[in-house]
Write a protein that binds this ligand. Structure first.
Ligand SMILES: NC(=O)c1ccc[n+]([C@@H]2O[C@H](COP(=O)([O-])OP(=O)(O)OC[C@H]3O[C@@H](n4cnc5c(N)ncnc54)[C@H](OP(=O)(O)O)[C@@H]3O)[C@@H](O)[C@H]2O)c1
Length: 292
C-alpha cells in the first residue's frame, strides 16, 4: 500500500491533514443523483481510502441528495479521530436532478442540519459556502448575507470552520472580513488554470486550496503531452495529473473522486510520484499560466 504521507501535509484551520485526500461525489448515482448501482462497492472505496491513511474526505449533502453522506456514515461511523470531513452548502437539488441556488439563512441552516443528521455528527469540521452566481465558474456577487448566516451557525457550535467554493478573489476578501476562511475550493487542474495567481496568494496567506475536478471531473483529462509524460514515468495520466497538482503549490489539498477501488489505489499512489523538471515543463505547456 502506498505511503500517502509522502505527499506531505497542510493545515485546514487548526487541523493538519495529509495532502492526498478523497472526494466522495462519485459515490452517488449517475449525474450525482439517486443511489449508486453498487452501494457495497462505494462503501469499500471509503473504507479502503481510510485504511490507506486518507484523513480528509470532501462531500456534500446535495450529492444524491443525501445518498453520499448516508454512505459515508454507513462506511465509516464512528469516524476515526483524525478524519476531517468537509462539506458544502448553498445548493438544493430539484426533483429532476437540477442544481439550484439555496442561499437564504433558512436554506443554509437546513443544509447544515441535513449534513449533521446524514453524517451522524454533532458538529461539522469544515463547511464550504458554495457560491452559485455564475453558470460556469465563479462570478461576482456579494456573499455577505449567506456567510453571515453561516458564521452564526458556527457561533452556535454546529460548524467548526468555514471555507468558500466557486469564488473570486474579491469574494474571498469579502469573506475574510466576516469570518476566518480556512480553505478555498475552486475548479483547477492541468488544463484549467484560471486560479494560478489566486493559489499563490492563498499559499502566501497559509490558506488551503482544494481543487475540484482535479482529474477533469465529468470529462477526465486527455492530452498528448500528459500521456507522453505518463509513459515516460511508467505512471498513468491520472497519476501524473495529481502529482502535477501536488508539485504546483504546497497549499494544494487533493480530493480526487472515484467510485472504483482500483482507481482509488492508483490515485493514492500518486502521492509518491515525483515529476522531474522536464516533465513539469511539458505539463505546464498544456495550459500556460495566465497573466495576473
Ligand atoms: N465545490 C464544488 O463545486 C465541487 C464540484 C465538483 C466536485 N467537487 C468535489 O471534488 C471532488 C473531485 O471531483 P470529481 O470527482 O467530480 O472529479 P475528478 O476527481 O476530477 O474526476 C473524477 C472522474 O475521474 C474518474 N477517475 C478517477 N480516478 C481515475 C483513475 N485513476 N483512472 C481513470 N479514471 C479515473 C472517475 O471515474 P471512476 O469513478 O470510474 O473512477 C470520475 O469519472 C468531488 O468528489 C467533490 O467532492 C466539488
Amino acid at each position: 500500500m502506498t505511503d500517502i504521507g509522502k505527499a506531505g501535509t497542510f493545515t485546514l484551520g487548526p487541523r493538519v491533514v495529509k495532502r492526498m485526500g478523497y472526494g466522495a461525489m462519485q459515490l452517488a448515482g449517475p449525474g450525482v443523483f439517486g443511489p449508486p448501482k453498487d452501494r457495497v462497492g462505494a462503501i469499500a472505496v471509503l473504507r479502503e481510502a481510510v485504511a490507506a491513511g486518507v484523513d480528509h474526505i470532501d462531500t456534500s449533502d446535495f450529492y444524491g441528495p443525501h445518498v453520499t453522506n448516508e454512505i459515508i456514515r454507513e462506511a465509516l461511523h464512528p469516524y476515526p479521530k483524525d478524519l476531517v470531513i468537509v462539506t458544502k452548502i448553498g445548493c438544493r437539488r430539484g426533483a429532476d436532478g437540477s442544481w439550484n441556488p439555496a442561499f437564504s439563512a433558512d436554506d443554509l441552516k437546513a443544509a447544515v442540519h441535513d449534513n449533521l443528521r446524514n453524517l451522524g455528527l454533532e458538529a461539522i469540521d469544515v463547511v464550504n459556502l458554495r457560491a452559485m452566481f455564475g453558470e460556469h465558474g465563479p462570478a461576482e456577487g456579494s456573499i455577505e448575507a449567506p456567510l453571515t448566516a453561516l458564521a452564526d451557525l458556527q457561533r452556535q457550535g454546529l460548524v467548526r470552520h468555514i471555507g468558500l467554493s466557486n469564488v473570486t478573489a474579491k469574494q474571498i476578501a469579502q469573506g475574510r472580513a466576516i469570518v476566518d476562511i480556512v480553505c478555498v475550493q475552486n475548479q483547477y487542474n492541468l488544463a484549467h488554470r484560471e486560479d494560478d495567481a489566486l493559489i499563490d496568494d492563498l499559499a502566501a496567506a497559509g490558506t488551503a486550496y482544494t481543487p475540484f475536478f482535479p482529474l477533469g471531473g465529468f470529462s477526465p483529462l486527455q492530452s498528448k503531452a500528459l500521456s507522453e509524460v505518463a509513459d515516460t514515468l511508467r505512471a498513468t495520466p491520472m497519476q501524473v495529473a495529481l502529482a502535477w497538482l501536488l508539485q504546483r503549490s504546497p497549499n494544494i489539498l487533493l480530493i480526487p473522486g472515484t467510485s472504483s477501488v482500483a482507481h482509488l489505489r492508483q490515485n493514492l499512489a500518486a502521492a509518491a510520484l515525483r515529476l522531474p523538471s522536464e516533465a513539469l515543463a511539458k505539463l505546464d505547456g498544456i495550459a500556460p499560466t495566465r497573466p495576473t
